[in-house]
Each structure stands twice: as structure tokens, then as C-alpha cells.
Ligand binder design. Structure first.
Ligand code: RIB
Ligand code: NA
Length: 302
């Protein structure tokens, strides 16, 4: 059984460069569309695979051409795709609008990712319930995430829950997480709209501690160019700064962070050391175009 199992989404990313984001009723001309492999779950699995992690992916792609692209990208990164299902119909898609500052706006059309049901997961239970680390995000049905989180936690796995995109989560799901990984807007959502005050690490540390009160054993709050703060029960919160990088494309940088965190925690590193490597990996990812296409091998980090 692989040490790390990522359960989640795979999307074909349809990437378009635009000068500025269109407002309501506005039409803008963009570049040609570039199709690349993405989806938060698959991205995290690929990031972990590139770093040498022993990782499997559980999810669904469609029987359109995109499904093969997504499967190949995972397999090329060394990810075990035994439990990647091909289902009739469309693969998940993400329409990604990139502006010159390296920022993006993303619309996800889940399609095949909706088929990652509790029943489907039960068929591959032996493959994930006893893994050392189980990684989850929120682009598959929430009932599936809840089932996987609580089952894996009860079986003794360490559950890394990336609560992205933001969604309301039942207390037992948050309580199963170690670590809960969120960015500032996801943190604000989970805390009921309280802003993260990221400019100042002290404010972000308070946010991370507030997230701990929701039940996870540890919290990692990612702050983009400001790095990340971590908080765990019974310890002082810490701040890990990021190296200075020029952002080319931030798409999937958070997923690279989560994949790296999974590898380091599965290897027995402590949370701070894991967050340090994850921050460096995310820094490499923002300097290159694309999501999976941007993820580094271990030799390229540090
Ligand atoms: O986190 C980045 C990812 O979000 C993209 O690859 C896109 O597919 C969406 O899922
Ligand atoms: Na990138």
C-alpha cells in the first residue's frame, strides 16, 4: 500500500491569458487556449510524486480525450493510478483566466469528479484506509470527503485536509484533520468571515490558533508571498517565511505546497520542517507556468 493516498479531483485546465478580468456585461479577447493537467487532487498527487513520494491517487476522469491527459500526467510523476476510474462523459474542467500580474480567476466544472462517491471509495477502501497519510480537498462531493476523513482518521492515518475551495465542513471532518491547510480567504470562510490580517504574521498566527479551535490537531495557514504560519495543539504558533520569487503563474502553487507537506509528514518530518520544504516547493511552482507542469523534482528545491 502506498504511504500517501490523495483522494480528490482531476481537471483539464483550459488556460487563457487576458489583459484584465472582464466585468459584468464586458467581453474581452484572450490568447489561444492552452490545455494542461490540473485539479487540486491530481495536482497534489503529482507534486508529491515529483518529490519522490510513494503516492496513489483515487479519483475519476471522463472518457473524453482529457481523461488520458490527466491519467498520463499522474503516471509520469510516478503516481499509482490503479484506483483512478474512467467514467462515461466529460472530465472535470477548469477555466483559468491569467492576468499579467500572475494572478488567476478559476471556474471549475466538476463533471467526472462528481462521480467520486462514497460507494466508489468503498470499492478501493483497502487502498487508502490504512495509508500513513491521506490527503483530501473539496472539489469532490463533500459526503465523500467526510467519509474518507473520518474513516482514515479512525484507522490511524494522518489526514491532511486542504479545505479548498472554501466550503462549510461538519465538526467531525475538521476534527479528523492533522493538518488542516487553508489560505487566508478559506480561513476567513471557516471562521465565519473574520479577516485573516495576513500583512502581519501576528494576526495570521491568531487566525491559525482560532482555526485550531474548530477541531484539527494542527493548522497550516498559507500566506502567499509571506510564507505560512503553523499552529498545533500545545505548541506556540510559528511563522515560515517564503523566499522572494517573481510570480509568473500562481495556479496550483497551493497544491504543490500540500503535496510537499504530505511527502515530508509521511517521511516522519515534524510539521515545521514539512512546512519549510512545502514553502520552497510552492515558491518554485509560482515561478513557472501551469499547475502540474510547474512542479519541481526534489533536486530543484533548495
Ligand atoms: O488549485 C489549482 C487548481 O484548481 C487548478 O489546477 C484547477 O484545475 C482547479 O482545480
Ligand atoms: Na505555476
Amino acid at each position: 500500500m502506498p504511504r500517501i493516498v490523495v483522494i480528490g479531483s482531476a481537471n483539464a485546465d483550459l488556460v487563457l491569458d487576458i489583459d484584465h478580468r472582464p466585468g459584468a456585461g464586458e467581453t474581452v479577447l484572450g490568447s489561444d487556449v492552452v490545455v494542461t493537467a490540473g485539479g487540486k487532487g491530481a495536482n497534489q498527487a503529482v507534486a508529491a510524486g515529483r518529490l519522490g513520494g510513494d503516492v496513489a491517487f483515487v479519483g475519476c476522469v471522463g472518457d473524453d480525450g482529457y481523461g488520458e491527459l490527466l491519467r498520463r500526467s499522474l503516471a509520469d510523476a510516478g503516481v499509482d493510478v490503479t484506483h483512478l476510474r474512467t467514467v462515461p462523459g466529460a472530465s472535470g474542467n477548469a477555466i483559468i483566466l491569467l492576468t499579467p500580474d500572475g494572478e488567476n480567476s478559476i471556474i471549475v466544472s466538476p463533471s467526472a469528479n462528481r462521480r467520486v462517491t462514497v460507494e466508489l471509495l468503498e470499492e478501493s477502501r483497502a487502498a487508502w484506509a490504512g495509508a500513513a497519510v491521506v490527503v483530501l480537498q473539496l472539489e469532490i462531493p463533500l459526503a465523500t470527503v467526510a467519509h474518507a476523513a473520518t474513516t482514515a482518521h479512525a484507522a490511524g492515518a494522518r489526514v491532511i485536509l486542504n479545505a479548498a475551495p472554501a466550503a462549510a465542513l461538519p465538526p467531525e471532518v475538521l476534527a479528523a484533520a492533522d493538518a488542516l491547510v487553508v489560505n487566508e480567504s478559506e480561513a476567513a470562510f471557516l471562521l465565519g468571515g473574520v479577516p485573516a490580517q495576513a500583512a502581519e504574521p501576528g494576526g495570521a498566527a491568531a487566525t491559525a490558533v482560532a482555526l485550531l479551535d474548530l477541531g484539527p490537531r494542527s493548522v497550516v495557514l498559507t500566506l502567499g508571498a509571506d510564507g505560512a504560519v503553523l499552529a498545533a495543539r500545545g505548541a506556540e504558533p510559528g511563522h515560515v517565511p517564503a523566499r522572494k520569487v517573481t510570480a509568473v503563474d500562481t495556479t496550483g502553487a497551493g497544491d504543490a505546497f500540500v503535496g510537499a507537506l504530505a511527502v515530508e509528514l509521511a517521511d516522519g518530518r515534524d510539521l515545521r520542517a514539512a512546512v519549510e520544504l512545502a514553502t520552497d516547493v510552492a515558491g518554485v511552482a509560482v515561478g513557472r507556468r501551469g499547475a502540474q507542469a510547474a512542479y519541481p523534482a526534489r533536486e530543484e528545491v533548495r
